[in-house]
Design a protein around this ligand. Structure first.
Ligand code: ATP
Ligand code: MG
Length: 231
């Protein structure tokens, strides 16, 4: 397993959100977390990346206990993060936004050919300000920025939120390519079944800060998925 979350808990101040989350991500797999608004999906990703402290439980990355490591050390080990809402810096160009991904590497230059091969639009818009891209283009830039950081595991928070279906399909293809060509595992938070079911290997369903069910993609029907998502 590339990631193991063993009974993770997390809180904002006195308000506990995660109540013991157990979850595993296999190497070079796509694992999807589903669940309604407010069940704690983003909180879980933030806890995995180290932006929130988990009070109990342990996080293992490639078997190493990372529970006490700060975010930048987790990033250096190979955990990439694409936040919900993308968080592109609007006043920086596409190229400058990409450079931010280098912080978690020892490299001085972004692997431009590799990035533009995956995201041709970013080559065309290299000098354009991040804020002038469409939502879908910003999402591609956010993923590209994370790839620049050389992750082994990519945490992706609702990449299709507010994005045209055609770009969602492109993003789905990219995630499959990252898995097959670069052995990058993805932990995807997603509420759209159509997007998830085309690419995921494994599902976790959350409700009120807990995992309530999980299944291999091949062992679950769309009806069952809908049932878990409406709990
Ligand atoms: N910074 C914060 N301070 C306090 N409470 C927060 C904070 N961020 C989120 N919460 C609360 O934590 C709970 C879980 O929120 P979280 O953002 O993890 O949910 P989510 O499953 O990602 O939802 P969505 O699908 O809407 O993105 C919610 O009740 C939310 O109000
Ligand atoms: Mg969220």
């Amino acid at each position: 397993m590339i990631l193991e979350s063993k009974h993770i808990t997390a809180a904002y101040g006195d308000s506990q959100i995660l109540w013991g989350v157990d979850l595993e991500v296999e190497e070079a797999s796509i694992t999807t977390i589903m669940g309604r608004n407010g069940v704690g999906k983003t909180t879980l990703l933030k806890t995995i990346i180290g932006l929130l402290k988990n009070k109990k439980g342990n996080l293992l990355f490639e078997g190493q206990d990372i529970t006490k490591l700060p975010p930048h050390k987790r990033a250096k080990l190979g955990i990439g993060y694409v936040p919900q809402g993308r968080e592109i810096i609007p006043k920086l160009t596409v190229y400058e936004n990409l450079r931010l991904g280098l912080e978690s590497t020892t490299e001085k230059l972004i692997p431009e050919e590799e990035i533009y091969e995956l995201f041709p639009i970013l080559k065309e818009f290299k000098k354009r300000l991040g804020g002038n891209l469409s939502g879908g283009q910003q999402q591609q830039l956010a993923i590209a920025r994370a790839i620049t950081g050389r992750p082994k595991l990519l945490l992706l928070d609702e990449p299709t939120e507010g994005i045209q279906p055609s770009i969602s399909q492109e993003i789905a293809k990219i995630l499959l390519r990252l898995k097959k060509e670069k052995n990058i595992a993805t932990l995807l938070v997603e509420q759209k079944i159509d997007f998830a079911k085309g690419i995921t290997d494994y599902y976790y369903f959350m409700d009120r800060g807990k995992v309530i069910a999980s299944s291999k993609a091949s062992d679950i029907t769309e009806e069952e998925i809908n049932t878990y998502n409406s709990i």
